[in-house]
Structures are given as structure tokens and as C-alpha cells.
Design a binder for this molecule. Structure first.
Ligand SMILES: [Zn+2]
Length: 373
């Protein structure tokens, strides 16, 4: 039977998070994001994330508060807008992208447009670098979608376009796992049998292309096609946001018995969990550094040409634009002096300051500032 000593600190924190009330879990997740960002700074001292929500762009730091959401956020600070390497910016950007995808789904429902989901993966070993795996999958998918074969496939199934998200995880056994999720939009109603047929056709073509590149995808799971459901937006946009926790079933883990396999689920890490590994001294930071270098500048979500127009959506806004948007009903709750901010930074209290400000009690907030000064 599993006991406490079987679990790493990361396993335990996942377990604790699962058992928390929803509100507490949100709070802890926010605190973890700031903590992880501080860890990312240690691993990537020369990158933008190292300055994010630390460096002032004005004399005073604003603490803005939304009365509606009872949440506080900072103003007057530099933000790095890196969806891959900054846990704080990524949370904001992916949430906005998720809402955008949900709008696309809702629009489609209203227009009678159907959708389904495809996941693309390929086989990899621990010897593969993330760049190799990323490039192989990217090239294979580009080739598949560029040819005349694909045009025929798209015409046959009434496909309007796709939106594709990229995701990275790391497993101790097989190394970097890079995959892409696509939502395909189609004018035709598709049955379960149609989905199976499409999976067969896509898989055959995809595996042929990979084979020529000296790569391999599993005949059954290399291309996975499934019907669209209400979680379709999360599916593509969820990138890096605690999915390991939300998908991670303790019951499933425990029912696997007491063998070493019981920890397989916890042996797979999202990139931001790699930061936790570094913090717990299980890793020297080289995995996260490799990941940040390879993914820098890559689109996390890509819309195929004209799809947004077909779905009558507004033009896509950039990650930078998303990161700079503040809550509309935010008011200026407090201002922090340079000296105070320096102490907050030094003592790593940026997240806690926001949590206290979120309560909305100005006296309490000032007392807290004095306490940490
Ligand atoms: Zn950032």
C-alpha cells in the first residue's frame, strides 16, 4: 500500500490540491503561479520572465481591485507576455484564448456548423530533444495539410478550417512528449462512423509522411479523432494550467495497486511542474531551460486561414494585447512606494500582497504592508 514516504513533495502537493475546497484551490493555484514565476527567474535570469511583475514602469506601483470579482492585480509593472515560460502571464493569456475558443464554439452552434477534435502525437524516446520532436510533428502536419490529398479530404468532409494548439509534457521514462490538439469545423454532420473513417484516413496519411522522415506514430493513438463536446475549448487552450491535477484521478492511481506503476501518473510533468521539480531539488533546471528555449516565439494556438472569417469572429488579438488588458471595473485600491515595493520583491510577497488587497479592506492592507516592511 502507498504511504507518505512513497510520494515526492510534488505528488503530495497535487494530492493536497485535489482535496481542497474550490476557492482554496484557486487561491493556492494563484500563489503557486507566482512562486513558479520566481523559480523561472532563477533558471532564466536573462529572459523577460525574470523581470515580469518586478520591474516598475512608473514611479509607484498601482494595486487595482475589481469589486465585481473581488480580485486585485498590479498596474505600473513590466509584464513579459510569454505564454510558454511565465506561469503568471500564461494563466491570463490561456484563459482569454479559452474564452475566444468558446465563442467560436457558440458561434458554430448558432450557425449549424459542427466540430470535432483531433490529437496528433508521435513516438519518442528519452534520447529525443524537444526540438527534434517538435520539428518532426510540425513538419509532418504541415506536409499533411499542404498537399492535394488534404484538399480532397477537406472537400469530402466539408471542412472549413481548424484551430490547433500545441502542448508539451515531460515523462521520466520517454522524455519530451509534444502533441497538438486541433478542433476541426465542418459544414457536415458527422456520425461516429464518419469519425472512425476520418481517423483511419488521417492516420494512414500522417504515418506515411512520418515514416519517410524516419519517424513513427502508433496506428491507433497516433491520430485520435473524437466528437466535439462542451470541453472542446479547454482541450485546445488548457496549456500548462494544472491539467495534470484536474485530470489526475487519485482513485485511478490508487486502484493500480502498490506496484511502482502506481506512480506513473505522477511521473509525467507539465512544463510548470518542472519548475516545482527544480524547487524541490529533483532537477537542475536544464529541462525547463531547454523547453523555454525551444518553445520561445512559437504560437500556442494557430487558426487556419479564413476560419475566423467563416465563423464571423473578430480578428485575433496578440498575447501582448491580452496581457495588457486589465479588468474593466478595476479601481485604484492602493499605491505602493519604491521602498515598499523593493521590500515586497526581496521577501517574495507579491502574491500575498494581491491576496490581501483582494479582500478590499484598506486598513488591513496598510497593516499588512507595514508588517512585511
Ligand atoms: Zn510574465
Amino acid at each position: 500500500m502507498l504511504d507518505a514516504t512513497t510520494w515526492t513533495p510534488l505528488d503530495r502537493s497535487r494530492l493536497q490540491l485535489r482535496n481542497m475546497e474550490a476557492d482554496d484551490r484557486l487561491t493556492v493555484n494563484r500563489l503557486i503561479r507566482w512562486q513558479r514565476q520566481s523559480v523561472a527567474r532563477l533558471i532564466l535570469p536573462g529572459e523577460r520572465v525574470a523581470k515580469c511583475y518586478r520591474v516598475r514602469v512608473r514611479e509607484l506601483v498601482d494595486v487595482m481591485r475589481s469589486a465585481k470579482f473581488k480580485r486585485a492585480h498590479y498596474g505600473g509593472l513590466f509584464t513579459c507576455t510569454s505564454v510558454w515560460s511565465c506561469p503568471v502571464c500564461a494563466a491570463k493569456i490561456t484563459e482569454r484564448r479559452r474564452i475566444e475558443l468558446q465563442q467560436a464554439i457558440d458561434k458554430s452552434d448558432g450557425m449549424g456548423i459542427k466540430y470535432f477534435m483531433v490529437t496528433w502525437t508521435l513516438q519518442h524516446t528519452k534520447q529525443d530533444s524537444l526540438r527534434d520532436v517538435r520539428d518532426a510533428l510540425g513538419v509532418a502536419l504541415r506536409k499533411l495539410r499542404a498537399g492535394r490529398w488534404y484538399q480532397g479530404f477537406a472537400d469530402q468532409w466539408g471542412i472549413l478550417g481548424n484551430v490547433t494548439g500545441s502542448e508539451v509534457t515531460y515523462g521520466s521514462e520517454f522524455g519530451w512528449h509534444y502533441h497538438k490538439h486541433s478542433i476541426y469545423f465542418t459544414r457536415q454532420a458527422v456520425t461516429v462512423a464518419d469519425l472512425r473513417t476520418m481517423q483511419g484516413e488521417l492516420s494512414l496519411k500522417y504515418r506515411l509522411i512520418l515514416e519517410k522522415m524516419g519517424r513513427y506514430a502508433h496506428p491507433i493513438i497516433g491520430v485520435d479523432v473524437r466528437a466535439g463536446d462542451s470541453a472542446v475549448g479547454d482541450y485546445v487552450a488548457k496549456y500548462g494550467q494544472q491539467q495534470a491535477i484536474s485530470n489526475w484521478s487519485l482513485a485511478a492511481e490508487l486502484t493500480k495497486g502498490s506496484s511502482k506503476n502506481a506512480l506513473v501518473g505522477s511521473d509525467h510533468f507539465t512544463p510548470f511542474e518542472l519548475l516545482d521539480l527544480y524547487l524541490y531539488r529533483h532537477d537542475d533546471g536544464s529541462l525547463f531551460r531547454e523547453y523555454a528555449q525551444v518553445m520561445k516565439g512559437q504560437h500556442q494556438i494557430r487558426w487556419s486561414a479564413d476560419l475566423r472569417k467563416e465563423l464571423e469572429l473578430d480578428p485575433e488579438i496578440t498575447d501582448e494585447e491580452i496581457a495588457s488588458v486589465q479588468d474593466e471595473d478595476g479601481y485604484l485600491f492602493a499605491q505602493i512606494t519604491i521602498q515598499q515595493w523593493r521590500r515586497i520583491i526581496k521577501r517574495e510577497k507579491r502574491a500575498q500582497v494581491l491576496e490581501v488587497a483582494s479582500m478590499g479592506d484598506a486598513d488591513l492592507f496598510q497593516k499588512f504592508l507595514q508588517l512585511i516592511s
